[in-house]
Design a protein around this ligand. Structure first.
Ligand SMILES: [Zn+2]
Ligand SMILES: [Zn+2]
Length: 485
């Protein structure tokens, strides 16, 4: 047994609950917690040097495979012009015979546009390449890739490499498919290491997409001993039979009710402020969702769906309400992102026992004066984005996530952003922000008996910080001393 001592353990069981030592048994479970460090013989004593300990962070929404894979590839986050993009690409090594680039944002590029297919062909004439937009909802590919992908309908003769909607999904799916098992495991290992370095001990990850196979599910399960953290897996499919066959307890993820605000594909109840001729797109019919969600609910699967705009959230919420009133269950179906909501919608979420897996960093990136939200939605609707406090205060189960690779896999950044939402009324307190990355996240996956707080009988998953989150002026900059799993 091990005695961890000389630290301020924030249990997150309830507010202001701290202990100063924790005894852990040989299988990694907490045997006892102590207010005063006890004198115990015959245990290994581990001095935590006066640091601040919290339950290991849990990110409830990532695309860890893509994140891991892309972090082995080209990151275009800091490119300022297309020449820099081309330089970074030229130095990129293929993974499994393909070139991947991500985090491209044409708005941050001097030329304000995507590269063209011929520009990409000059650098990689013979190796297929995909360059994905920062939100994942659009991409550019080169000619080699265009030739190799098996399209549903032929590309236009003046194809310039740019793809969105279904064709974007088709292309990214082709790139992620047919990688060797080794490359896939390597990507998840890379993801697990990045997660651990940033204080996480559990990460929810979306796998595949609505068109792809569920090979990853099996690979992660079979190789879980290779990862230093635990993955909670979401098969991103809409075929309930397959989810049941592989033994999953949940289905969905970023299966799309709508697209993104950046590309005007998020579905809104009122038109876009800067493009009044459109209100975005509902990707699937009401009937499609109703049938899918009803079948999943009947079979006790937790459902998760990507919804950005208020029209998309209403569409999915309607289905959740229907199944919950027909057959009440505690499955905690999830609306992922849940960006634009009204009070009335939140009240309905509460009544229908729906949970919200949200990304506080989206506010940091897109809210604020002249930000993307204000452009697309106007001031009034912007005040109804990322309503963390309104959701938390209704007792809707709220959890935090990064949507990595969209934002960094970094819970301290998320906690920091949650406490500093642009609309002050929607800010969480630091304690509440910790809860959405620990205790609440464990409840979401039904693992509240195993982890999420520092309590007797739970796994000793700890993140050890050099400063106290509850008193820090810059949470995102707190150094991580160590992580204990
Ligand atoms: Zn999504
Ligand atoms: Zn996502």
């Amino acid at each position: 047994m091990k005695l961890f001592y000389n630290a301020q353990f924030h249990t997150i069981k309830e507010k202001n609950d701290t202990v100063s030592a924790v005894l852990v048994d040989d299988s990694g479970y907490i045997k006892e917690t102590f207010i005063h460090t006890p004198q115990i013989e015959n245990v290994e004593k581990i001095d935590l040097h006066n640091n601040f300990i919290y339950p290991g962070f849990i990110d409830t929404h990532t695309h860890s495979f893509e994140g891991g894979l892309y972090s082995l590839s080209a990151n275009l986050e800091n490119a300022e012009n297309l020449d820099q993009v081309f330089e970074i690409l030229a130095e990129t090594k293929p993974v499994s015979g393909k070139i991947f680039a991500f985090h491209f944002d044409e708005n941050n590029i001097k030329e304000k546009r995507f590269p063209t297919i011929s520009e990409l062909d000059k650098i990689f004439p013979e190796i297929p390449l995909i360059l994905r937009r920062v939100d994942g909802h659009a991409c550019v590919i080169n000619s080699k890739a265009a030739k190799m992908i098996d399209w549903e309908k032929p590309l236009p003769s003046d194809f310039n490499g740019y793809l969105f909607k279904r064709a974007n999904g088709k292309a990214s799916n082709w790139f992620h498919k047919d990688l060797t098992d080794d490359a896939i495991i390597k990507a998840y290992q890379q993801a697990a290491n990045i997660a651990l370095q940033n204080g996480h001990t559990v990460v929810h990850t979306m796998i595949g997409d609505a068109y792809s196979d569920i090979k990853h599910y099996k690979l992660i399960k079979e190789n879980s001993h290779l990862f230093p953290i635990e993955f909670i897996i979401y098969p991103q499919i809409t075929n309930v039979d397959i989810a049941l066959e592989i033994g999953s307890r949940r289905i969905g993820g970023c299966i799309l009710a709508d697209g993104s605000l950046g590309s005007y594909t998020a579905a809104l109840l009122e038109p876009y402020s800067d493009k009044p001729e459109t209100s975005g797109i509902l990707y699937r019919s009401d009937d499609f969702w109703k049938n899918f969600i009803r079948k999943a609910h009947k079979n006790d699967l937790q459902v998760a769906v990507h919804c950005i705009g208020d029209a998309a959230i209403s569409q999915i919420l309607n289905c959740y309400e229907t199944v919950q009133s027909e057959d009440p269950k505690d499955l905690k179906h999830i609306i992922i992102h849940n960006e634009l909501t009204s009070d009335e919608m939140l009240d309905r979420m509460d009544r229908a026992n729906v949970s919200a897996a949200m990304q506080p960093m989206f506010d940091r990136l897109w809210a604020g004066k002249n930000g993307l939200y204000e452009k697309r939605l106007g001031k009034d609707r912007t005040s109804r984005t990322n309503r963390l406090a309104s959701i938390y205060n209704r007792n809707i189960l709220l959890t935090g996530g990064s949507d990595w690779y969209i934002t960094d896999l970094n819970a301290l950044m998320g906690i920091d952003a949650a406490t500093r939402i642009h609309n002050e009324k929607e800010q969480l307190t630091p304690y509440q922000a910790i809860e959405i990355y620990t205790k609440n996240a464990a409840i979401l996956s039904g693992d509240e008996k195993r982890f999420g707080t520092i309590e007797k009988g739970k796994l000793a998953n700890f993140v050890c910080l050099k400063d106290n989150i509850l008193e820090s002026r810059s949470i995102k900059d707190i150094p991580i001393h160590s992580v204990i799993v």
